[in-house]
Each structure stands twice: as structure tokens, then as C-alpha cells.
Design a protein around this ligand. Structure first.
Ligand SMILES: Cc1cc2nc3c(=O)[nH]c(=O)nc-3n(C[C@H](O)[C@H](O)[C@H](O)COP(=O)(O)OP(=O)(O)OC[C@H]3O[C@@H](n4cnc5c(N)ncnc54)[C@H](O)[C@@H]3O)c2cc1C
Length: 547
């Protein structure tokens, strides 16, 4: 089957598979890729868009996690740092090194020497990491690097390196890689029940959310990788199943970077409650995160609260006093649910483990829950070992550092001469900011977008007055990246929602027109998509009264 095509219900139900993976977030996409790379017959389905759940609502960091060091979770930190090295190598266009400045104030619960100790351990655990080592900074050096930081009480700090990624695109690249290795992939395909025979789970009943078509997928192993939705699927296997996860909500706000005026990514302790927080650059904007609050609402409805937004703004205003950020500065906010294991319930949310578990249910459903975006590939390696055992391959123990998924680049991450790709775009007469944007977004696969523009010159027109994205990217998103709804393109393929001050609304007409041409939408359908998108953006909380 063409790997760029979204599998239909017929494709999914007309053969017996080795593995059906339910949930197309990072975890499920990673498992589908790993299984397909090992030659298994796999399908991956998601009820919404790929990465429509937590995997597009993270802090976008591929990191060991300094705060897990504080909890002495050495195993998680060292595995995450190993994974950082691998992801920087296999997806250099999506995962990029980023310099962080961590200022220390005299009243902080972490002193300069404790930070120095922690960062030394961080460097050691990274072994031969492919980012520079940390440097301790005097108060003066911190002020030189970040002149707008609060001077009062500043004791010094440190500069260290981690990595930042586009979480949705990383997940999507993993889905594409799975499909290119033979997996059937289908977004907007919801599992509504499991199918059983006397031996246990034998598949799942699915419904296409776009056409209403239904069918039964037959698979020797069914994997539940539904993040915050995990317990709902477990109850399809056993209605009395207890709770495996206890989600916590994390919120972010996006503001203009110039309003804060920071030069680096900033890690700091919130002056409100001492939690580790980040101010992270994203083009000419910055996002601030995050919160960590128990949340039992449905994952379908999670959204930042007014209190979340005010906490984030106040925390940053306290260390960047000139910023004076208020709700009017917030162009976008988002929240996600961390699918944390319930076993740590009772501890404060931020102290609860980010470890994962692989559970085999009474009737054979394999559930993979917990973990971090950073470790999704590693979790997948172990999960597929367990799946291979269930398929009768005896005990399997694959080395996650050397297996194929650690060596094979994700789409666009193939070693290539970026300079040559860039010059090729400029030689074709595309404006430099557009070429830089395309190469940054697609890596080695930018060529496919160049080709579309050559074929159809009107596709070089910008989609939005304040953004370098061009029409060809919408066509590419539909033809190569499984986009089916307007928010698939504007939120998760092109990040226009995050990178413009109107949440991408200025691009809706043109994007809907181009999607409509590809997908056969009539005028009514186009208007409905635009209205739905506007409603989505307008419903996003930006914070209410500040004082
Ligand atoms: C605020 C926040 C910040 C974070 N920051 C970071 C970070 O910086 N770095 C990091 O490493 N980790 C971070 N994480 C953790 C990381 O984002 C998650 O661990 C990871 O994204 C979870 O991925 P997942 O695939 O398990 O879940 P999800 O991404 O939620 O995927 C589950 C999927 O299952 C689908 N699904 C549900 N029910 C069905 C059904 N019936 N049929 C078919 N499909 C279904 C959903 O639509 C969804 O797409 C953060 C988490 C949060 C909430």
C-alpha cells in the first residue's frame, strides 16, 4: 500500500495482522514503527489526528529532566539523556540542541552549589552527549547574558544544554516511518470495542470518524497506547479493571518573545511555589510552562484554567520584572494530561514518577502507559520485545541503543547537505525566509515541497501575512502527512496556530481552499471547517482578570 495514504476500514479489516496499535501519539507511533521495522504486520489507528492528544501539548523538550535528578531518578535521567543523543542523530531537523540559562536567586530552594552538583551529574549521565557541557556563571555573567532578569537577590547561575523539538511533527515523522516500513496507518479511526474469542483479545471494532464506516480489525496482539485514555480501553477488556493511570494537567501560554526579552531558554524556580519552570523560545514567540495539577476531567475536554494562566504569567513577571505580561499578551494557551502511573498517587503531582509500565491484561490486551515524549522510542523497543514474546518468539531482549530504530533516520533526517538544499531553493527563486522555513521543517524532504511549487507556481503564495509558510505545505500535508481537517494542518503540521498572533485564523481561507481541492470539499464543507477552526481558537482561554 502507498505509505502516504491513510488506510481505509477495508484496508484495515481485510487481512489478519500481527499487531494492532491503538493510539497514534508518540507512544503508539513509536511501537508501530518499531514493530514494522522488525517485519511484523502492523496497523496504527487514532480516533482523532495523530498527535492530537498529549503528544502535541508537551513542553517540546527532549531532555533528561533536571527535576528528576532532584528526585534521584537516575535511571530515568540517564535513559532520557541516551535517548536525547539518539533523537538528535536520527531527527536533526526536528530535535535541536538548545542553550538553557538557569539563574539562582538567594531565596531559591536550590543553591548555586547544588545546581553545580546536579549539572555535573547531568553531564556525566549523558556520557558522550552530542551537546556541550554546562558552565557555572557568576552573578555578573548571568546579567551579561540576560540583562532583563531581576537583579535583586540574584546569586549566579549556570548555562547548560538540552534539546527542543516540535512534538507533533516528531510523532508524525514516526508515523510516516512506520508506514514506509509497511504499517497501515489511519487517523480518525476510533476503537469502539475489543473483539474476543475463547483465547482472548483477537482484534478491535473500529469506526471511521470521517465516513462512519465500521469494521473489525483482526490482530494476534492488540496494544493499548492511548495515553490519558488508557483506562477506558482497559475497561473494554475487563469492565472492572482498576485504575492504571492518574493524569495530571500541564498548561502552557504563548506570548511575544520581545515582551520578555530573554536571549536563552530559561529554567527557573517559580517564586510562587518553587516548582521548576521554563520560558522557551519558539521563533519570535515564547512559551511558558508548565503546571502540574491532578485532573480527573475527560482527556477530550482538557484546557488550561484561568488560574493556570495567571500562575504562569505571574511566575515569569516575578523574574523578568520589565515583562509585565498580562492576559492580553497571550496568543495561545494549551493544556495536556500527563498519563502518569497511578502507583505514585498520594505524592505531589510533580513528584510522581515519569516511569512507564507494560501490562498484559487477563485476556491478553497489552497496555503501554506512562513515560515521557523523550523516551518514546525506548519504551517502544521494550514493548515490541514483549509483543514478539506473545507472538511465540520466546524471550526477546533487544538493545535499544543499537537496534534499527536507533540507527535509521526519521523521514527528513537523512544525512544530507542542508546548505545545498538551501541553495537549491534560493536558486529556484524562492525567498530566503521561505527556504529556511521549509528546510527547517522538512529537513531532507523539503525537496518534495519545492517540487510542488515548481509544478504549481501559485503554491508559493504565503498562507498568512506574518508567517513564511506557503500554500504548497497544505497540499503536502494532505498528500504526504495524512491531514484531513483544517486544525490538522494549522495546529499540528504547520504550527501556524502557535506561531502567529491570531492563532492561525488569517490562514484559514487559503488553507481551506487548498485542502478542499485535494479532498473534494464543496463550499459548504469549506465554510464549516473554517468556522470550526475559528471556534476552536476563540474558545482557547487567555486568562481573565490579572489583578
Ligand atoms: C504539559 C505537558 C508537558 C510535557 N512536556 C514534556 C517534555 O517537555 N518532554 C517530554 O519528554 N515529555 C513531556 N511530556 C510528556 C509527554 O508529552 C507524554 O508522555 C507523551 O506525549 C504521551 O504520549 P502518548 O502517546 O502516550 O499519549 P497521547 O499523545 O495522548 O496519545 C494517545 C492517543 O490515543 C488516542 N486514542 C484515545 N482513545 C482512542 C480510541 N478509542 N481509539 C483510537 N485512538 C484512541 C488519542 O486520540 C491520542 O492521540 C509532557 C506532558 C504534558 C502534559
Amino acid at each position: 500500500m502507498n505509505p502516504s495514504a491513510r488506510a481505509t476500514i477495508w484496508d484495515l479489516t481485510s487481512r489478519r495482522l500481527d499487531v494492532l496499535v491503538v493510539g497514534g501519539g508518540a507512544t503508539g507511533a513509536g511501537i508501530a514503527r518499531e514493530a514494522a521495522l522488525r517485519g511484523l504486520a502492523v496497523a496504527l489507528v487514532d480516533r482523532y489526528d495523530f498527535a492530537g492528544g498529549t503528544s502535541s501539548r508537551s513542553s517540546r523538550l527532549i531532555h533528561g529532566g533536571l527535576r528528576y535528578l532532584e528526585q534521584r531518578d537516575w535511571k530515568l535521567v540517564s535513559e532520557s539523556l541516551r535517548e536525547r543523543r539518539i533523537l538528535l542523530r536520527i531527527a536533526p531537523h526536528l530535535v535541536r540542541p538548545l542553550a538553557f540559562l538557569f539563574p539562582v536567586f538567594r531565596t531559591d530552594r536550590v543553591s548555586r552549589w547544588k545546581l553545580e552538583l546536579g549539572l555535573t551529574a547531568y553531564d556525566l549521565l549523558a556520557l558522550r552527549g552530542n551537546v556541550p557541557r554546562h558552565r557555572a556563571l557568576s552573578k555578573r555573567a548571568v546579567q551579561d547574558k540576560e540583562p532583563l532578569l531581576k537583579a535583586k537577590g540574584l546569586a549566579g547561575g549556570a548555562l547548560y544544554w538540552d534539546a527542543q523539538c516540535d512534538d507533533a511533527r516528531l510523532t508524525l515523522a514516526t508515523v510516516q516511518s512506520a508506514a514506509r516500513s509497511g504499517a497501515l496507518v489511519s487517523n480518525y479511526t476510533c476503537v469502539t470495542a475489543l473483539d474476543f474469542d475463547s483465547s482472548g483479545v483477537t482484534g478491535a471494532i473500529v469506526e471511521d470518524q470521517l465516513t462512519g464506516a465500521q469494521g473489525t480489525i483482526h490482530a494476534r496482539v492488540v496494544v493499548n497506547a492511548t495515553g490519558p485514555w488508557t483506562d477506558g480501553i482497559r475497561q473494554f477488556e475487563s469492565p472492572s479493571a482498576g485504575r492504571l493511570i492518574a493524569p495530571t494537567r500541564g498548561a502552557h501560554v504563548m506570548v511575544p518573545r520581545a515582551r520578555i526579552g530573554h536571549q536563552h531558554a530559561i529554567t527557573f524556580l517559580s517564586p510562587i511555589d518553587g516548582r521548576v519552570m521554563f520560558v522557551l523560545p519558539w521563533g519570535d514567540r515564547s512559551y511558558i510552562g508548565t503546571t502540574d495539577t491532578d485532573d480527573a476531567t475527560s482527556p477530550d475536554q482538557v484546557t488550561p484554567t484561568e488560574d493556570d494562566i495567571l500562575y504562569l504569567l505571574r511566575s515569569v513577571n516575578a523574574i523578568f520584572p520589565e515583562a509585565r505580561l498580562g492576559p492580553e499578551d497571550v496568543s495561545l494557551s494549551w493544556a495536556g494530561l500527563r498519563p502518569l502511573l497511578a502507583q505514585g498517587n498520594g505524592q505531589r503531582p510533580s513528584e510522581r514518577s515519569r516511569e512507564y509500565t507494560i501490562e498484559v491484561g487477563a485476556r491478553g490486551l497489552v497496555t503501554v502507559a506512562g513515560g515521557k515524549l523523550t523516551t518514546y522510542r525506548r519504551v517502544a523497543v521494550e514493548a515490541v520485545d514483549r509483543i514478539a514474546e506473545r507472538l511465540g518468539n520466546g524471550p526477546v531482549k533487544t538493545d535499544p541503543d543499537t537496534t534499527k530504530s536507533a540507527r535509521e533516520p526519521l523521514p527528513g533526517g537523512q544525512s544530507h547537505d542542508i546548505k545545498e538544499l538551501f541553495s537549491r531553493g534560493v536558486r529556484r527563486g524562492f525567498p530566503e525566509p521561505v527556504v529556511a522555513h521549509l528546510v527547517g521543517q522538512y529537513g531532507a524532504e523539503a525537496q518534495a515541497v519545492y517540487d510542488l511549487i515548481e509544478e504549481w507556481p501559485e503554491l508559493r503564495e504565503p498562507l498568512h501575512p506574518n508567517h513564511p509558510a506557503v500554500g504548497a505545505q497544505v497540499v503536502h500535508a494532505v498528500r504526504q502527512e495524512y491531514a484531513r481537517r483544517l486544525d490538522d494542518v494549522l495546529f499540528r503540521r504547520l504550527s501556524l496556530a502557535h506561531e502567529t498572533s491570531d492563532g492561525g485564523i488569517g490562514a484559514t481561507q487559503q488553507a481551506a481552499l487548498l485542502m478542499g481541492r485535494e479532498l473534494g470539499w464543496d463550499e459548504e464543507r469549506r465554510a464549516a471547517e473554517i468556522e470550526r477552526y475559528r471556534d476552536l481558537v476563540n474558545a482557547i482561554p487567555r486568562g481573565g482578570r490579572y489583578f
